[in-house]
Design a protein around this ligand. Structure first.
Ligand code: SAM
Length: 293
């Protein structure tokens, strides 16, 4: 059934939450329906009211704002739900892109769903999918990994969990953490793994660099990373059936012998993988672990 707001542009359902996507850089990506929804809502729940105010001012929209972000969501979430239950209409936005994608919103949508409040989406750009389609990597199956944790243990667990991932992986990263992340990727996925570094999408200095993890890590050791990045990493090879007679320990020992004979770690892992049927990345990691103090 066609809903009223779709037929008439700006007539929203009373007591409903509208999750509205906003541009990730280029204001031309702000859809007419998104503008109409913000203009028609009774109030807007915004991640940072100053950022949203700038957007509204640009488009000549005046609307009461209520902040809704990580550190006040437990307090403001129930307020929003109560106002929706009283029949008001709320538009939810984040600073850029789709709310609830590495941004506040997930908890509010869940609370509305729980309370039987209708929730509608006004889709807009999201950096993750924009990067994926530009990456040149397989798009048929992918995983969204968001940000790696700043907490050492959480970060290690996350990286361990994706070590054997065969689907394309999408990561968000802040520029000041890019070097560390590329260095960790090199250890976990190996330096030859394909990666697309998608920077400043839809903005003046938009750039997509399709390279390997090793090349990217080396480049950014010399170059200061600037701007916003999405890292799209190729999935690993599907596990090969190990050749009969080789345990993983024996295959790793073979890789160590080849490295001791003078081959680079990467080449030693490749040859040992070819011989034993284990994945190169598995043996490369085992080799690095055996070399670390
Ligand atoms: N909700 C947003 C979305 O739908 O994409 C993501 C918000 S998250 C807090 C911010 C991260 O998204 C940045 O650190 C960066 O990884 C990515 N990002 C946002 N805008 C971007 C852009 N224009 N180009 C590249 N990456 C971007």
């Amino acid at each position: 059934m066609e809903r009223k707001d779709r037929e008439e542009g700006a007539c929203l359902e009373r007591g409903a939450l509208y999750v509205v996507g906003t541009p990730i850089g280029n204001l031309g990506d702000f859809s007419p329906r998104a503008r109409e929804t913000l203009a028609a809502a009774d109030f807007i729940a915004a991640e940072d009211t100053r950022v949203t105010l700038r957007l509204l001012t640009h488009f000549g929209i005046k609307k009461p704002l209520l902040s809704y972000f990580e550190h006040n969501k437990l307090e403001h979430g129930p307020l929003i739900v109560a106002r929706l239950q009283a029949g008001e209409t709320c538009a939810l936005v984040s600073d850029a892109g789709m709310p609830a994608i590495s941004d506040p919103g997930e908890t509010l949508v869940a609370a509305c769903a729980q309370a039987g409040i209708p929730v509608y989406v006004v889709p807009g750009p999201t950096a993750a999918l924009s990067a994926l389609v530009l990456s040149g990597l397989p798009t048929g199956r992918f995983t969204f990994e968001g940000f790696l944790s700043v907490n050492k243990r959480g970060r290690k667990e996350h990286l361990e969990a994706v070590r054997g991932e065969t689907r394309t992986m999408i990561f968000y990263e802040a520029p000041h953490k890019l070097r560390k992340t590329l260095s960790d990727f090199s250890k976990v996925f190996g330096p030859d793994r394909k990666i697309a570094l998608c920077r400043e999408l839809t903005k003046l200095h938009e750039e997509v660099w399709r390279t390997t993890v090793g090349e990217a890590a080396a480049h950014y050791r010399e170059q200061e990373p600037r701007g916003e990045f999405v890292l799209v990493v190729a999935g690993g090879e599907a596990p090969a059936a190990p050749q009969q007679g080789y345990t993983l320990e024996e295959a790793a020992a073979l890789a160590r012998e080849l490295a001791a004979a003078g081959l680079s770690s990467s080449e030693a892992a490749r040859q040992a993988a070819q011989e034993t049927g284990y994945r190169k990345s598995q043996l490369y990691t085992a080799l690095l672990e055996s070399q670390s103090p």
